[in-house]
Design a protein around this ligand. Structure first.
Ligand SMILES: Cc1cc2nc3c(=O)[nH]c(=O)nc-3n(C[C@H](O)[C@H](O)[C@H](O)COP(=O)(O)OP(=O)(O)OC[C@H]3O[C@@H](n4cnc5c(N)ncnc54)[C@H](O)[C@@H]3O)c2cc1C
Length: 247
């Protein structure tokens, strides 16, 4: 009788241990699972516009919802995607765009778009209203950024060319283990044309002053440098003299 009882207790203990190990493993797999990327390189997928914010007379920020609140877009740093729309005569048009968000922004992605009066895809974005869908395909591009892959990046950007630079710079600034220095020369025709100054300023208060000050001083070209976590004015001579990878 005693032997039977102790065998029963042994069996129950083993069963409890197996269930506990199973539950622990399932929980570990759940918390360490990687969310499935939403982008498809071969097929256009539709994403719903949930918020449109006008930033200036011809620039707007578009926030698109991902399929679930914990979905990520799945765009490697340094790459872009193709967006499809209709121009003013109803013909299909496909153009490349780089989101200003990263995969650390979960459940959505954002595009900052400058809309040109005669632009074909600009027309599509001008007409796009909250609740509408945008067809997107990707990732695209050969360059994939890896943390610390180079000592320094030298970036030259004009107008909307800031968005690919912003994507890489933001990834570097948000990773405390990434020691890459970034120097950026950002050229614009007028002060109003400078994109993303609000986004840059919300991340780094000091940078706003440098950027605005320099932009006002030079009017057509602004110089600033992102060194680790802070932005400082970069004298032209130090950019030329520094050893860095340009892109
Ligand atoms: C990798 C990559 C990422 C990009 N990311 C972004 C982004 O995040 N946001 C964004 O707004 N754009 C971005 N662009 C630019 C975008 O792809 C389009 O070129 C832009 O939206 C204009 O397309 P469109 O069809 O409206 O103009 P189009 O029909 O091609 O051009 C019509 C007219 O618009 C004017 N125009 C078009 N482009 C420019 C320009 N760059 N400068 C001055 N006038 C111009 C010209 O008058 C031109 O004749 C990116 C481009 C690349 C290559």
């Amino acid at each position: 009788m005693d032997a039977l009882q102790s065998r029963r207790i042994e069996a129950i203990s083993i069963a409890v241990a197996v269930v506990a190990i199973g539950a622990g493993t399932a929980y570990y797999l759940y918390i360490t699972r990687k969310p499935k990327p939403c982008l498809d390189p071969d097929n256009f997928k539709e994403f719903k516009l949930v918020k449109r914010t006008q930033l200036s007379h011809n620039v707007a920020k578009f926030r698109f919802e991902l399929p679930t609140p914990d979905s990520v877009l799945g765009l490697p740093i340094g790459q872009h995607m193709s967006c499809r729309g209709k121009d003013s005569v109803g013909e299909d048009v496909v153009k490349p765009y780089t989101p200003t968000t990263l995969d650390s922004d979960v459940g959505y992605f954002e595009l900052v778009i400058k809309m040109y009066p005669q632009g074909r895809m600009s027309h599509h974005f001008r007409e796009l209203q909250e609740g509408d869908y945008l067809a997107v395909k990707g990732p695209k591009g050969r360059f994939k950024y890896q943390p610390n892959q180079v000592k320094a990046f030298g970036m030259l950007a004009g107008g909307t060319g800031i968005t690919p630079m912003f994507q890489v710079a933001r990834a570097i600034m948000e990773n405390s283990k990434d020691k890459t220095n970034v120097s950026l020369i950002y050229a614009n025709v007028t002060f109003e044309d400078i994109l993303l100054k609000v986004l840059l300023s919300s991340a780094h208060h000091y940078s706003v002053q440098s950027l605005l000050q320099v932009a006002c001083l030079f009017w057509t070209v602004s110089y600033f440098s992102i060194c680790r976590k802070s932005l400082i004015i970069l004298p032209k001579v130090s950019l030329a003299a520094s050893k860095c990878t340009m892109f």
